[in-house]
Design a binder for this molecule. Structure first.
Ligand code: ZN
Length: 111
């Protein structure tokens, strides 16, 4: 079963808007980031497959951490996110990035 990745989602009162960002990895040194102030969750636009899913998984944990004011390490968030992804795989749930890719390609044409 494919589950489409939305452009926006909410955890409690915390909203996250997902954006593909070009050259995030080369410019900033990381493949994903969540800005608590703007609510923008950026994903490196060159990522594909499991790496992209894991990056989103980690950033989702960042949104949860922010919403619930958790004290949790970067590594712990990665482990919890990866564990959840393994579980979703066993349920045959796959992320569908099609909508996000269309939005990315539209932005590319505009810029
Ligand atoms: Zn992090």
């Amino acid at each position: 079963m494919k589950a489409e990745i939305p452009e926006e989602f909410k955890i409690g009162a915390t909203t996250a808007h997902i954006e593909y960002t070009k050259h995030l990895r080369s410019d900033e040194g990381y493949s994903g980031t969540y800005n608590q102030r703007t609510g923008i969750l950026q994903i490196e636009s060159h990522l594909v497959g499991a790496k992209r899913d894991r990056t989103l998984g980690h950033e989702l944990m960042e949104v949860i951490k922010e919403n619930y004011s958790l004290s949790i390490s970067e590594n712990d968030m990665t482990c919890i996110a990866n564990g959840w992804l393994e579980f979703l795989q066993q349920l045959n749930i796959e992320f569908d990035w099609g909508g996000m890719e269309n939005a990315r390609d539209t932005n590319k044409t505009e810029s």
